[in-house]
Design a protein around this ligand. Structure first.
Ligand code: BEZ
Length: 256
């Protein structure tokens, strides 16, 4: 979930690229959905619902789900699945005690105003409601970030664009949730080496790092070739499959 903007410095989503290069994001979410354990009739907010692939699975459990995302293209793709979705900024949620649960998968790392997000989620929950989610934690995609930071000066790219995410430690995020009025039941880092689809690291970079590539401009294809060459020894297995060093932060917390 990104902030809507027409500036090249902000991640812009394409539902087509997401479907081609990032379907694994919803496919690998079984663990956090188990933690959510949605029940029929519950009212659930799916924060950063993306193209709705996972929202659809929550709806199939009998829950009543509203999806919110900041990308117009992804919200349109989710609406095309017949889901109840709305465009919105995760740091400016305006719900008031409406949800039994707020759920989020692979989206909170895009919302760097984490305290504002947690405060909005807390307000959105009914008393005792739960906030269950998973996103990138400390050390996530470190190899990718290091390679991109190393290449940045060669292509006159701002090195900060190699790390546009919020990847907290479990202790750090637990403290943030506690400060926002939650009782944290569990909050853990889970290393999860993740195999990419055939589009490999180039597809990943094109899907998730467009501000960096936009700043490289005409040199974007050289950046992609250099990044592939730098990363292959660390991330490509003997069969040619790219396996990226994902680290998930998974948590369950209750509004108090
Ligand atoms: C993640 O799901 O951890 C992630 C995806 C894209 C960019 C950065 C992190």
């Amino acid at each position: 979930m990104a902030s809507p903007s027409s500036s090249g410095a902000t991640q812009v989503w394409s539902a087509d690229a997401y479907a081609k290069n990032a379907r694994f994001v919803a496919d690998l979410a079984g663990g956090v959905v188990d933690w959510l354990a949605p029940r029929p009739g519950e009212r659930i907010l799916d924060l950063g619902c993306g193209d709705g692939a996972l929202t659809e699975r929550l709806v199939a459990t009998g829950a009543s789900v509203l999806g919110v995302d900041a990308s117009t293209d992804l919200v349109a793709a989710a609406a095309a699945r017949g889901l109840d979705v709305k465009l919105g900024d995760g740091a400016a949620l305006d719900f008031d005690a409406e949800f039994d649960a707020v759920f989020s998968n692979a989206a909170l790392h895009w919302m760097r105003e984490a305290e504002a997000v947690a405060a909005g989620v807390r307000r959105a929950l009914k008393p005792g409601g739960r906030f269950v989610g998973e996103f990138g934690g400390h050390g996530n995609v470190a190899t990718m970030r290091t390679a991109l930071a190393a290449l940045a000066p060669r292509y006159d790219v701002d090195p900060a664009l190699a790390h546009p995410w919020y990847f907290p430690t479990a202790e750090g995020y637990s403290g943030l949730l506690t400060g926002a009025g939650f009782k944290v039941e569990r909050c853990v880092l889970i290393p999860r080496p993740t195999a990419l689809p055939a589009s490999g690291v180039v597809g990943w970079l094109e899907t998730f790092m467009n501000p960096y590539l936009n700043q490289a401009g005409a040199a974007a294809s050289a950046v992609l070739a250099d990044a592939e060459a730098l990363l292959a020894p660390a991330l490509r297995d003997p069969d040619g499959v790219w396996i990226v060093d994902y680290v998930r932060l998974r948590f369950e917390a209750y509004a108090i």
